[in-house]
Design a protein around this ligand. Structure first.
Ligand code: MTE
Length: 347
């Protein structure tokens, strides 16, 4: 983002050596788990494992997380697997779990890619509540269980393209933002949706830091038609497992056709507004980060190009540079939202 341009990023930061060493072990562990499940299919815990095995991907057995509270386990026992085709499944090689959970941007925990996983040990995603405010018939402060209760969870495998010109392919677990929004009955004045992240200086060292550049809370926003698009996803899990803190537990947005900074993490407030909200990166550096932030290979960042990206994981020997596609490859689903708009001006 503001701090590092892509060429400043040392490849050794991207995939720690240990991750690669351990990967063979993970593969062998998952194989053993599958064999074990087949042998003992009558046990209830194994039945859950089998539901999980229909998913496109599961977290390595030895890295699975404890549920944030007991009710989460029931929700995660029955996740609808991603289909075999676009747009909810990309067919590309998945970015390994270890990279998805150790190479992160979450400035509340620090500005380096490893900070969110290293510095989030005391962060708690339970209990959690979300304030629904503004232009809706049913505003209020809802606890997370009530927010999630009516939603069946599904898996979606999306590309994530960061404005820093790296990308991943990630199997999320969650539900459509549109389904959540409809429950609160937005009024006809609701033209934009604004989101805010929790501010907890005690467990988030990036917030306490004297070098912090963000004015907290981290804020993001979408136009109402963007928020209601079927691609826009509220994620509560990744790789068939509960979201770890570094990926935005307990609930974060995923907007796959926009640069990653729109996908705000650890959401505590959703506000429906008539006017366009201010957003964190746009406030900090408006010439570099627009409100729309649609992935666009034709509009370069003032300090680096946007027509290619590094698909992670990347090693010294595999540069993994690929071409960036308009709307991150989701043009069929979303280009019509911007008909008639000059995307070089509304970047
Ligand atoms: N949300 C909050 N609250 N704070 C952040 O610093 N970083 C954003 C986005 N959401 C960020 C955030 C950026 S720049 C990116 S690229 C994605 O999260 C990264 O998501 P990931 O770490 O799960 O890959």
């Amino acid at each position: 983002m503001l701090i590092k341009k892509p060429s400043d990023i040392n490849p050794s930061e991207i995939t720690p050596e240990g991750v690669y060493r351990n990967r063979r072990q993970f593969i062998s562990d998952s194989g053993k788990l599958l064999l074990g499940a087949a042998a003992a299919s009558s046990l209830p815990s194994i039945a859950n494992a089998q539901t999980g095995d229909r998913l496109k991907a599961r977290a390595p057995a030895n890295m699975r997380r404890t549920p944030p509270a007991a009710w989460w386990a029931d929700k995660f026992a029955d996740i609808k697997p991603a289909p075999d085709s676009e747009p909810f499944y990309t067919g590309e090689t998945l970015t390994p779990y270890e990279d998805v959970t150790r190479y992160n941007n979450f400035y509340e925990f620090g500005m380096d890619k490893g900070d969110p996983s290293s510095n989030s040990g005391s962060y708690k995603a339970d209990p959690w509540s979300v304030e629904i405010a503004g232009e809706v018939a049913k505003p209020g402060v809802y606890n997370l269980e009530d927010i999630l209760k009516p939603h069946d969870l599904e898996e979606r495998v999306y590309r994530l393209r960061c404005v820093e010109a790296w990308s991943m392919v990630i199997p999320w677990v969650g539900f459509s933002l549109a389904d959540l929004i409809k429950r609160f009955e937005p009024t006809s004045k609701a033209k934009f949706v604004e989101f805010e992240t929790i501010v907890d200086p005690e467990t988030m060292p990036g917030i306490r830091s004297r070098f912090a550049i963000v004015r907290w809370p981290y804020r993001e926003g979408l136009r109402m038609d963007e928020a209601m698009n079927p691609l826009t996803f509220m994620a509560v899990g990744v790789y068939g497992d509960y979201l770890p803190p570094q990926n935005g537990a307990p609930m974060r947005l995923v907007v796959p056709w926009k640069y990653g900074f729109k996908s705000i993490k650890a959401i505590v407030k959703i506000n429906f507004r008539e006017t366009m909200p201010n957003t964190t990166w746009n406030d900090l550096q408006a010439q570099e980060y627009g409100f729309y932030a649609n992935v666009n290979p034709a509009v370069h960042h003032p300090r680096w190009r946007q027509d290619t990206e590094r698909r992670l994981p990347q090693t010294l020997f595999s540069r993994s540079r690929i071409e960036t596609r308009p709307f991150n490859g989701y043009g069929d689903q979303v280009a019509s939202l911007y008909k008639g708009m000059d995307l070089a001006r509304f970047y």
